[in-house]
Design a protein around this ligand. Structure first.
Ligand code: ZN
Ligand code: ZN
Length: 443
């Protein structure tokens, strides 16, 4: 029998030792979790390195890796997911970026980053700054589209006009406070025949970022923020240049009918691009104040509608870690747990629960330590003996080893009775699930 699968990702779930909590945020509340502990008590558990041990993944690479995509050949670049997350369609030849509205200070000829999120600038202010900047881009007749998404985040799309573009260019965001905004340049390994296109793309994005500083630094709303003691959003800093590539859909890869419930644009982008069906949930924002109840109801609705794989993403855990709010992160995990009860009552089900990476609420950034993971199933499986879910317990009771991203789907699929025996090949397609048959022989 084929069981259905629910895969829950609490973004940036893993963490490191926080002295005030005498453990990680998850360890701090682990004994008090009711529903997650029900799952771990009946399930397997262990540790997950979403990309590789010691490598801090970005959220998009981690998700793609866990969904079974080969990052070396199938990763189109972060900007692509951001664009899709916003419901934008990329046309052939366009290059998309993720950007942050940041706070910089001019030092000589350079711009030093003081706050990478401009104090998590409020939506209406960020929205207005970007709207006004659009006018400037238009006045300069630049082939670019720019959109604000959530808080300090946005998407920028360059359109080919005076020649082809290339996504093989470096980030302008050093990802570190105190460093200068960087000049974008072609990757050193860019092939000769693409070098000119990469150079053209880098020149264009460098010009746009200079313009953004000149315009936003003098903006009335930023002057007002400074007067209120808040960091101004006085520059846009892009990264993650990407171009649309052809990806095999998730359903084709795993033979399931897949749906997703997510609030954050990046996760919607990843799920949409690999063809998962979206279950919209009002109030699912991708922020800490999100509609958790609605999101769990969304999962149940998807199962009712006949989807046999449902991906549920919750972002707040990562956001609180970046803001170094370890106690709030712990309490948010507890709050999530309270809403998961309906999932523990499902029949013929496999539930995976993990994070896409560890995010240190001590350092405020992604780290390469593995993440705790559990695989629950209502019948069968192999209980690990863990009674509470935490980094510590998933190491102590680990009965799956330290797995990597590409191991997640096979484990979920195997527990659901959906994996074919390795070596069998009933289809010309290179897939691993049961039910992928080629054409019947004709007489
Ligand atoms: Zn993440
Ligand atoms: Zn993060």
């Amino acid at each position: 029998m084929h069981k259905r699968i629910v895969f829950i990702v609490l973004d940036g779930l893993g963490d490191e030792y926080i002295p005030q909590l005498k453990g990680t945020p998850l360890e701090y509340v682990s004994e008090e979790l009711i529903n997650i502990n029900k799952l771990v008590s009946r399930g397997l558990c262990g540790l997950l390195a979403p990309v590789s041990i010691g490598i801090p993944p970005s959220s998009d690479t981690a998700h793609l890796s866990m969904f079974g995509y080969d990052l070396a050949v199938e990763y189109p670049g972060r900007g692509v997911f951001e664009a899709y997350g916003e419901g934008l369609e990329l046309k052939e030849g366009e290059v998309a970026f993720r950007f942050n509205l940041e706070t910089v200070e001019k030092k000589g000829n350079h711009l030093i980053i003081r706050d990478r999120r401009a104090g998590r600038i409020e939506d209406p202010i960020a929205e207005k700054l970007i709207e006004d900047f659009k006018r400037v881009l238009k006045e300069h007749d630049l082939p670019v589209e720019i959109h604000h998404t959530v808080e300090h985040r946005g998407t920028l799309i360059l359109k080919p006009r005076d020649g082809k573009l290339s996504p093989k260019i470096s980030d302008m965001d050093p990802h570190e406070v105190g460093q200068p905004v960087l000049q974008s340049e072609p990757y050193e390994e860019t092939p000769e025949n693409e070098l000119e296109n990469a150079k053209r793309t880098a020149d264009l994005i460098n010009r746009i970022v200079r313009l953004s500083y000149e315009f936003l630094n003098d903006h009335e709303l930023n002057k007002q923020r400074i007067a209120e003691g808040k960091p101004p959003g006085n520059i846009i800093v892009p990264r993650g240049a990407g171009m649309k590539t052809k990806l095999r859909s998730f359903s084709e890869k795993w033979g399931v009918k897949a749906a997703f419930v997510a609030g954050g644009p990046l996760y919607k982008g990843v799920a949409r691009l690999i063809g998962m069906h979206e279950i919209p949930v009002p109030g699912a924002t991708g922020k800490v104040k999100t509609n958790l109840k609605g999101k769990v109801e969304g999962v149940l609705k998807a199962l009712d509608e006949g989807y046999d794989f449902v991906f549920l993403h919750i972002k707040g855990t990562d956001t609180l870690s970046h803001d170094k709010k370890s106690l709030e992160k712990a309490l948010f995990i507890k709050k999530i747990d309270e809403h998961l009860e309906p999932l523990t009552e499902l029949k013929d089900i496999v539930i995976g629960l993990t994070g896409d990476h560890s995010t240190s609420s001590l350092q405020g950034k992604h780290i390469g330590l593995p993440v705790p993971i559990l695989f629950y199933t209502d019948i069968g499986g192999r209980p690990s003996g863990a009674k509470a879910f935490s980094e510590h317990n998933c190491a102590k009771y680990n009965n799956i080893g330290v797995i990597r991203g590409p191991d997640v789907m096979p484990l979920l699929m195997d527990l659901a009775g959906r994996m074919n025996e390795f070596g069998l090949r009933p289809s010309p397609k290179r897939v691993l699930y049961i039910g992928a048959f080629g054409r019947p022989l004709s007489l």
